[in-house]
Design a protein around this ligand. Sequence first.
Ligand code: UT7
Length: 325
Amino acid sequence: MNAATAVYSRITGTGGYLPQQCVTNAQLAQRVDTSDEWIVTRTGIRERHFAAAGELASDLALRASERALAAAGVSPAEIGLIVVATTTPDVVFPSTACILQRKLGAAGGAAYDIQAVCSGFVYALAQADLAVRAGHCRHALVVGAEVYSRVLDWNDRSTCVLFGDGAGAVVLSAADAPGVLSSHLHADGSHAGILGVPARIDQGRIEGSPFLTMDGNAVFRFAVRVLADVAHEALAANDLQPGDVDWLIPHQANIRIIEATAKKLGLPMARVVVTVDRHANTSAASIPLALDEAVRDGRIRSGQHVLLEGVGGGFTWGAVLLRWH
Ligand code: UT7
C-alpha cells in the first residue's frame, strides 16, 4: 500500500497459455457417445486442450503470467497485487494466487483468488482496477486459470464435450489516462442450482457430486439475456452506442450464445473475438485468452473500445469496458 494514488488503470501486457494436449471432437467421440457434427452444430466447438496429469491451475497461470509480464516489461517483484479467478483451484487453500506468487518468485504484495466461475476474470479485473486507482499498487497481475477437465463427468455427454483447460493473464498498471472506462458486476444467487459442482468436503469425505452439473437450456437463455443487458449498461454509463464497440470479447461458452448476443447488440460477428471453436469453454480463462489472441495478432489497436463480458455459475455476470492505449 505504498504507491502514489493513480487516477486510472490500463492493461500494459497480456499473456495466454493452453496445455499441450489438444483433443478434437472426433477423438472425444471415441470415448463418449457423441459426434463432431453434434458438437459443432450445437456449440461451435471443434477442439479443446486438456492439462497433463499433475498439471494444476497455478502451472497454467504461471505460463500465462510470464507472457503477460514480458509483454508489459514488468518484473514479478513490481507486482503489488495478484488476483486469480478460478473455479478449479490447486487446493482448498492456500489460494492459487499465493501459489502463483511463490512460483513467480515474488513475495510481499497482496494475493487472493476470486470465485465467480465464468465471470471470474471480469470480476477480478474490476477489483484490480479499483486497487490500482486507489493507489494500493502500481502494477496488478490479473489471471483466469482453469482445469475443468478435473471436474467433468465423462458419463454426461451433455456437459463433458463443452469445456477445456487454459489460462490467460493481464498486467494492469497505473496510468494517467483510462484504460478501464468502467466495470459492471452482478449476481443472482437464486439461480445457483442451474450450474455448479455441488460437492463439499465434510469430515474427510466428499459430500455431493464432485462433477459439473448443468441445466444447459436454462443457462443458455439466462446467458443471452444478461450478456446483452450488461453490454447496454456499460455503454450507457460511458455515453456510447453499440456501434462504438470495436471489439466485443464475450465469455466463450457456445457460438450460438455469442451470435445471439452480437445480434441483440446489432454488432457484426466481424467485430467479435471468437476462440470457442479451438479452446471450448475455459470458464474464467476464456476472456483473457481471447483478449491475448486479439492483441497479439494485431486486431486490437490503439484508441479502440473493447468490451469484455462474462456470465457464469452463481449466477454471476458482468462487463468491463476498455479504451485500448
Ligand atoms: O459458461 C456457461 C456454461 N454453460 C453453457 O454455456 C451451456 C449453455 N447451453 C448450451 O450450450 C446448450 O444448451 C447445450 C449445448 C448444452 C445443449 O444444446 P441444446 O441444443 O440445448 O441440446 P439439448 O440439451 O436440447 O439436447 C438435444 C439432444 C438430446 O437428445 P434427445 O433427448 O433430443 O434425443 C440430448 O440427449 O441432444 C442430445 N445430446 C447429445 N447428443 C450428442 C446432448 N449432448 C449430446 C452430445 N452428443 N454431446
